[in-house]
Structure formats: structure tokens, C-alpha cells
Design a protein around this ligand. Structure first.
Ligand code: FAD
Length: 479
């Protein structure tokens, strides 16, 4: 079918969904975005120029067939668009909501116009597909007789489970938490990803024959070597969950917490799973300082607003990024520009080039302030950071009664699981593997634990690729 409007990019401006007003949305944890009219999505899709060399393919780790599904949407053929989208992406309802959309950073229109709203189009396609009943459990016609155990149910484990089940293998997913989903369920807040979206997909996966065994920590509750003898292959996808800490005087004070400990509790509350014995970390009435940027830092800010913090300040050690691309960061490189999220729009202060000098406590051993100093960064002629100097004359205190450390994640948790499966991590904190195969025969890895802390879209890619590696290995070793 030909493109309905080859001049779409000249006729229509980029439009994105409106969000609920910040003062209204901070009173709940529901999705912040309002529905986007279906007819206007067609116009947005017609902005795609159908480039001969679609750089967006390359920008998307999954290689999504973006110009093709844009054309189908522009023609109003939602079913075809769904077929194209689901050919490469197991969970577009997640990426369509929370992906930072590297595809849009590579969109050719982005050279001199705002790029196509690819993420919004993706979400619209999958929601149309669900509304029309096109998304069905993928029950394989024939079973292979092979059994695969997947440890960890984040996006990497889930994508692998879907692919392996489709290939006919019997898949059991083991998860230590109460519910599957990994960081989709217990990390990312509902105002970005409501949990019915995750549950809807999990129900389909169960109906397609995938088994979930939750509340079981492999390595402790079950010996992983037992799994090795009862399953033909094992995929370990337990994430990179060990947080990076900060070394500064006063670190032992109470009121200094890792971001994930804070977010996990709030997500459990929204789910109705929180119980007093889990313990409380709350921003209510507190002066919150979030140390570090990224998605996790932003999620702490949005959650603190919703819990009724007295003040919220985010401090990051790097310099403020420019609002627009600079000459040293041309298209099609991913833009290195300042990211302002919906949580930032809801309030609070942001400070850059700030080094935490010390945590200061009150007479009860609880944090009362953070002493900070401004950094002066030095760069080489290619814009790479060489190091910083402390500007001692800038030493000052920021009031703080809850500090949230959001400085990324070092590596996977190792311990008994790694011992039992003969696995290890390298000096960069990544799990040692050749491709997806660990040195232990029949044991594979995927996701954040293999590539380091990353994105949902990369975890889905990892799961798909690991599934291919496992399927190939199972066929090769079949007797
Ligand atoms: P995980 O999602 O970490 O899942 C690993 C699972 O393994 C967990 O469920 C864990 O409980 C389980 N597990 C661990 N050990 C065991 C064991 N021994 N036995 C059984 N189960 C075990 N990315 C985006 O693209 N967009 C975002 O907006 C975004 N926001 C984020 C917000 C936060 C707060 C965080 C922390 C990350 C965010 N990310 C985001 C990153 C993204 O969530 C991760 O890259 C992705 O979830 C990694 O997937 P994974 O499957 O490798 O691991």
C-alpha cells in the first residue's frame, strides 16, 4: 500500500500526548498521560519520510521495522502495523511507555525538525491490538520435549521465556519476588508504568503455557545444581541489582537509603503488598536530596512529590548538559542533551557539578544536611572528562532529612547462585560468558547481569538473543 501522504512531515507538527496537570497528578500514582486521539496518530505516522536508509532501525536495539509500521498506521491498517511491530518486540506496551526512544534520536527528520513520535505510535499500535483482541496467547503447535528453567523474571527473562515457549520448549520461570516482572514491577513507579499493563502480559504468557514459580530464591530456597539436573538448559537473568555506594563522612547516619529500597516499598504499597515488617522509608514532610541522575533518580523525585516531601533537590556531579545538540554531538549520534522528565516538571530543584563532601547528623544520629562542594570539570579537546577540581570556596550545606542514593548499579548479586552454577563476574562487574553461554555447560545469561545496568529495550533484546542461543544449543545437543 503506498504512503497516503508523502508530504506529512511538511504538513504536521510533532505532537505528543498531554499530561495531567502536575498539581493534580502528584496526588496519585496513576499514569500521568491523557489519551491521544486516534485520528491524530495517523497524521503523526504520516510524518515518517520512509527513508531509504532508515537510521531508526539502527537506533532501536530490537531493530523494530519503524518506517513499515508507520506507513501501515498512516494508512489506518492497525492490524498490519501490529504484525510488523510484534515481529521484533515482545512487549511494545512496555517500551511504548517507558523507553527513552533511541530510535527517535536517530530519526532522519530529527536533522532539522522534531523527530517522528515513534514511541507514541508504538504504544498506540499495541493498545489498538489489545482492544481488538489480536494479542493472543502464543501456544506452540508442537512441544520439543525439552525443559528450560529461567531464573529471574525481568524483561530479559520474560522475553526469553516467550521466545523459548514459542519454539516449543517447556519453560518455567523462577522469581524470588512475590510477583514476576523484575524492575518493571518493583522498580519503575506506576505513574510511568501502571502494573495492570505488566499483569495483562503475564496472564497471556501463563495462558501460552509458561509456568511461573514465585517467592523462590534460587541458590537459597532451591539449589541451582538441582535445576541443572532436572532441566535441559538454564537461563540466568537476575539483573544487576547491587547498588553503587558513596564514600563520604557520615555515611553511617540513619536516613540515608538506596533509591531502590525507597522505590520498592512504594511500589509494594501501590500493589497492596506492603506490610510493616518490610519497614518504612518515607519522604513525607522530609527535605529529600536525591544523589545522582538517570531514570532511578527521576523516579525518586516523582515518588517524593507524591509522598508529600517538604523539599526535593537532585544533585549530580556532572556538568549540566546543553538543551540542544552541540557541534561535537551531531545527528545520528544519540543526543547528549539535558533530559527533563515528568517528575522534574512536578517541582524540586536540580543542581549540577555538585560533589557530596559529607553527611551531617543531628544529636540522634539522623541526617540533617549534606555538605557539598562545586566541581570544576576539565575536558580534553574531544569533550571527554579528564577530572575535576574542588572549588573549596563553594562549600555549603543543603538541608536533608532523607538522602536517596541513586548512583547506578555495580554488578549482579553473586553469592550461592553463582557458586552453584560455577559463574563469576569480570572486573567490570559483568557476568563472565562467551556470548550468552557461561563456562558451565547449558547455563546461559542475559540482561543487565551480562551487559551492565541498562534499559528495558536492551533487556528484551538480550532475552530474545539468549533464547536463540539456547534453542540452537538444545538442537545441537539433542540425542
Ligand atoms: P531485572 O529487571 O532486574 O530482573 C531481574 C529479576 O531477577 C528480578 O525480578 C529479581 O527479583 C530476580 N532475581 C534475582 N536473583 C534471583 C534469584 N536468586 N532467584 C530468583 N529470582 C532472582 N529502563 C527503561 O528502559 N526505561 C525506564 O524508564 C527505566 N526506569 C528504571 C527505573 C528504575 C528505578 C530502575 C532501577 C531501572 C530502570 N530502567 C529503565 C532499567 C530497566 O528496568 C532494566 O534495565 C531492566 O529491568 C533489566 O532487566 P533484567 O531482566 O536484566 O533484570
Amino acid at each position: 500500500m503506498p504512503h497516503p501522504n508523502p508530504r506529512g512531515f511538511l504538513e504536521y507538527h510533532r505532537e505528543t500526548p498531554a499530561s495531567r496537570l502536575p498539581e493534580e497528578r502528584v496526588r496519585d500514582y496513576r499514569d500521568i498521560y491523557l489519551p491521544f486521539p486516534k485520528d491524530r496518530i495517523l497524521n503523526q505516522a504520516s510524518r515518517c519520510m520512509g527513508c531509504g536508509v532508515p537510521f531508526c532501525h539502527d537506533g532501536c536495539p530490537l531493530g523494530n521495522l519503524i518506517p513499515d509500521f508507520n506507513e501501515a498506521v498512516a494508512n489506518g491498517d492497525w492490524h498490519r502495523a501490529y504484525q510488523l511491530l510484534s515481529a521484533t518486540n515482545n512487549f511494545p506496551e512496555f517500551t511504548g511507555r517507558i523507553c527513552p526512544a533511541p530510535c527517535e534520536g536517530s530519526c532522519v527528520l530529527g536533522i532539522n525538525h522534531p523527530p517522528v513520535t515513534i514511541e507514541l505510535i508504538e504504544k498506540s499500535i499495541i493498545e489498538q491490538a489489545f482492544a481488538h483482541g489480536w494479542v493472543k496467547p502464543d501456544v506452540p503447535e508442537k512441544r520439543s520435549g525439552k525443559k528450560v528453567a529461567i531464573i529471574g523474571s525481568g524483561p530479559a527473562g520474560l522475553a526469553a521465556a516467550e521466545q523459548l515457549n514459542k519454539a516449543g520448549h517447556l519453560v518455567t520461570v523462577f522469581e524470588r519476588a512475590k510477583r514476576p516482572g523484575g524492575l518493571l514491577t518493583y522498580g519503575i513507579p506506576d505513574f510511568k508504568l501502571e502494573k495492570w499493563v505488566v499483569d495483562r502480559r503475564l496472564d497471556l504468557m501463563r495462558e501460552s503455557g509458561i509456568e511461573f514459580t514465585c517467592d523462590v530464591q534460587v541458590g537459597t530456597d532451591i539449589d541451582a545444581s538441582e535445576l541443572r539436573s532436572s532441566y535441559d538448559a538454564i537461563l540466568v537473568a537476575t539483573g544487576a541489582t547491587l547498588p553503587r555506594d558513596i564514600q563520604a563522612e557520615g555515611r553511617e547516619l540513619t536516613g540515608i537509603n538506596y533509591a531502590m529500597d525507597f522505590l520498592y516499598r512504594q511500589n509494594k504499597k501501590v500493589y497492596g503488598e506492603w506490610r510493616p515488617e518490610i519497614g518504612e522509608i518515607t519522604a513525607t514532610g522530609k527535605d529529600v536530596v536525591v544523589i545522582g541522575g538517570g531514570d532511578t533518580g527521576s523516579d525518586c523525585i516523582g515518588t517524593s512529590h507524591r509522598q508529600g516531601a517538604n523539599s526535593v533537590t537532585q544533585i549530580t556531579w556532572g556538568d549540566r548538559l546543553p538543551d540542544h545538540r552541540v557541534a561535537e554531538n551531531p545527528w545520528p549520534e544519540q543526543p547528549r542533551t539535558l533530559q527533563t522528565t515528568s517528575s522534574h516538571e512536578e517541582g524540586g530543584d536540580r543542581e549540577w557539578s555538585i560533589i557530596t563532601d559529607a553527611f551531617l547528623g543531628d544529636e540522634n544520629g539522623h541526617i540533617r544536611a549534606i555538605r557539598v562542594v562545586t566541581a570544576k570539570w576539565n575536558y580534553d579537546d574531544k569533550g571527554r572528562r579528564l577530572g575535576f577540581e574542588r572549588m573549596e570556596e563553594t562549600l555549603r550545606e543543603i538541608p536533608c532529612t532523607l538522602a536517596l542514593i541513586s548512583m547506578g548499579f555495580k554488578q549482579p548479586e553473586t553469592g550461592s547462585l553463582f557458586e552453584q552454577l560455577g559463574m563469576s563476574v569480570d572486573e567490570k562487574g559483568k557476568t563472565v560468558a562467551k556470548g550468552f553461554q557461561t563456562p558451565s555447560e547449558g547455563v546461559f545469561v542475559a540482561g543487565d547481569m551480562r551487559i551492565g545496568q541498562s534499559l528495558v529495550v536492551n533487556a528484551i533484546f538480550e532475552g530474545r538473543e539468549a533464547a536463540t542461543a539456547i534453542d540452537t544449543w538444545l538442537k545441537k545437543t539433542a540425542k
